[in-house]
Design a protein around this ligand. Structure first.
Ligand SMILES: [Zn+2]
Length: 82
């Protein structure tokens, strides 16, 4: 069963559809019961769309990714897993 850290770590692979069906299912199941992770995934999914529309490419600028990870790192380390 995936926990919050594992779920967030697999976030990009999940959005890119790179996970095995088993892992994908575990992450999906976790998201159904965890609002924090769901919001993080929603945010990234939206961000990915916005960026790909703006850049016409799947690649994210390095600086932007770093900023995002820093934002999430601080917020989620303080989170209290349910
Ligand atoms: Zn979670």
């Amino acid at each position: 069963m995936a926990d919050c850290n594992e779920t967030l770590r697999e976030l990009h692979a999940f959005l890119d559809g790179e996970l095995t069906p088993e892992t994908h299912e575990a992450i999906h199941h976790h998201l159904e019961g965890c609002m924090d992770c769901l919001q993080a995934f929603d945010f990234h999914a939206e961000l990915k769309v916005v960026i790909s529309q703006k850049c016409q490419s799947d690649e994210m600028p390095d600086g932007l990714m770093l900023k995002i990870e820093q934002c999430f790192g601080d917020e989620y380390l303080d989170g209290d897993p349910v």
